[in-house]
Design a protein around this ligand. Sequence first.
Ligand code: ADP
Ligand code: ASP
Ligand code: MG
Length: 408
Amino acid sequence: MGQLIVQKYGGSSVADPEKIKNVARRVAESAAPDHRMVVVVSAMGKTTDGLLALAAAISSNPDPREMDMLLATGEQVTVGLLAMALQSLGRPACSFTGPQVGLYTDEVHTRARIKRITAERISAALDAGKIVVVAGFQGMTEQGDITTLGRGGSDLTGVAIAAALKADVCEIFTDVDGVYTADPNVVPDARKLARVSYDEMLEMASLGAKVLQSRSVEFAKKYGVSVHVRSTFKPDPGTLVTREDHSMEEAVVTGITHDRGQAKVSILRVPDRPGIAGQVSGGLGAQSIVVDMIVQNISRDGLTDISFTLPRVDRQRAERVLAGLAREIGAEGVVADDRVAKVSIVGVGMRSHAGVAARMFTTMSKEGINIQMISTSEIAVSCVIEDKYTELAVRALHDTFELGRERD
Ligand code: ADP
Ligand code: ASP
Ligand code: MG
């Protein structure tokens, strides 16, 4: 009995016609006669960024429903082209959009959550012997409006379809050959991990390792889908993201991540009385701005400063909300800083080791890097620093925790 294989190819793997033909060859090679194949693809290259720029040229505050109508076009181009490329190789193939395969989501445009996948058309096309090509990143509401699943959302489409079809294999093909101890484009001696647990991958992904979208990891964990991250351009095995087990490496720190997509916004000299933090966070939440870190300083003369980090794309909206609130509650004003980055260390080994955070802070101070904010979880420690020191910080931490390749 053949296997049911779900493969996902990211934007850089399908950036131009030659690359799409290369993906078609790779798919055709994997598609042994008794295997059933579903291939999920992203928009070509930086198409999604281009579409976002187009929207920004038209409106400073675009309607999220219309944004999704626009963004979903990127993936539709790729599925059509990939199906044609497969057909040119003599392989029967058929492309579908997210709505066509019954990928239903909630109504939160631009970051919708998947509710269910009916997948009837996928099953029918597979039964007819076709290679099924599905547009990543998109779905539709129960009312039939197009939605998208957040940046990097094609990973989620791949994992969710693998879960819905109970696939035997879920492979995420990308421009690196696995998950590394740090972004290999920043740390040249980063090491490829053979296996990584869902919890560590989830933490790494949410702290900036964009090799997998964090929601896709959450979904994989929930439905027990083992995800194999590997290279589109090389045959080597990659990294298996799976349940934690004893054969995994026992390092205290597994990886270093960085996130440059953040901004810091502070509301200054806020009256220090009960309820203010709730009011401020509530005001941002009402605009669906997701706050990451929050720091409230010690109050002086009954006044205090509250700082937040949040996604840089939400910075202007957050400033508007907070400026209104500042007037209401009698705060002095609002300041924002885009030149920040978050650098983190991640590892399940931290649960049982003391002094890990201290080693991180000492490393930063040795490099003369000022730490602006700190946050911790059970398996991660993060520092907000000035953006320009990001690479220095990541490399220094990678050395401190001895994550580099063994040198011979
Ligand atoms: P795709 O277009 O295939 O979805 P992405 O650009 O979203 O690919 O993700 C792959 C990129 O993730 C790599 O090029 C790499 O720069 C980056 N990355 C960040 N952290 C890591 C890490 N720890 N391991 C591997 N890649 C990482
Ligand atoms: N094209 C979408 C994005 O750039 C989805 C994806 O590539 O996963 O975010
Ligand atoms: Mg991606």
